[in-house]
Design a protein around this ligand. Sequence first.
Ligand code: SF4
Ligand code: SF4
Length: 425
Amino acid sequence: MSEEHVSMWKHLGLNLTAHDALLKVLGDAYTDIYLAQKQRPDGMAYFDFVMSEVHGLRIKELLDEKEQGRKIIGSYCVFVPEEITLAANATLVGLCSGADFAMEEVEKYLPRNTCALIKSALGFKLGKVCPYLESADMVVGENTCDGKKKAYESLGPLLDNLYVMDLPQVKSDQGRTLLRSEYERFKVAVQDLTSVTITHESLKKAIQTVNAKRMALHRLARLRKADPVPISGLDALLANQVSFYDNPARFTESLNKICDELEKRIAANQGVSPKKNPRILMAGCPMAVPNWKLPWIVETSGAVIVGEESCVGERGIRNLTDDTGTTVDELMDAITDRYFKVDCAIFTPNSDRLNHIEEMAKDYQADGVIHYGLQFCQPYTMEAIPVENALDTKGIPSLRIETDYGMEDAGQLKTRIEAFIEMLK
Ligand code: SF4
Ligand code: SF4
């Protein structure tokens, strides 16, 4: 790592020893899981580079943007509209954390039986290892599940810039009204932060930029419907994960290049996994970097993942925002309508999600569904039961997995997953 990077991290107040340890774990996992794959598309070299510089060049870019007066906003959830931040000349970065860190410290703030994702978010702050978090001029917390809501009460005093957004839990007219007013309040807060007034033109342009990114991800998703599938689930997951950190225009261009390559592979009947290997749809909790454990186990056990029903996947990107409104208010309405369709398990009832999983299993020609719930995540582990029942009535085999970020259960998971895959064959 360059001296310039080290001095940048020092300047951000990172704990350099702990940060080195994190980069080592990240680098080793990436080599063992990603670089060990065979027949990866050449275009994935872009994502390899992005990951090798995820705490380096990308942070430098963000700090350069800050020097030029641009603000950085961090978010933990796909309900925070990137359109609004871009329209006010701010950059949105995902902060969702996918690794355990500073757990002893974390458990002074949160009970042990809190989901790994929430613990990780707090651990990255307490361990001072996340340059995105330390670069952010505003961090947005959202009232989704109870765990996150209460954790923001502990995180707030550790940050000087936490903004809490309320969210509905029911898809009713009142729920939509709440979301609309919270997005309005967020728009005002972002304008205050950036001193930039959002105009019809800037909001429309921002919507188009984010739509283009989502369309490239839709294109990737569509190409995974081919049999044999031209890209691994691990690589497709990585593209979705990087979409939360990268410059949106550059990301869109790079992903579209990979899609061009995948189209050629499909035309040549070239796949990453033999046709006989079962096709798996993953459904459930989001997988943030570097949470690659489960897909890695699945894809080294004789199956291939063809889709993710997840916020780092189709739940997060599936709908576009209508950009035809002629006023800021109309565009804000369209943004509300788009996000109100996100079928997170915090909603009750949430039958849309059950229908969507069934639809995805059919569309992606999945032989089976693996439902991934993070241990202690009530919304998703509870919803896993109706999901399993709904799939059962349609004759779609499924497997319910509950796990965390540790590797202790990797052997046991592999045994269960191999048995499931064998059964699908
Ligand atoms: S699962 Fe729910 S709380 Fe988590 S990122 Fe998605 S929408 Fe937000
Ligand atoms: S994984 Fe579950 S418990 Fe954890 S933050 Fe997401 S919804 Fe909340």
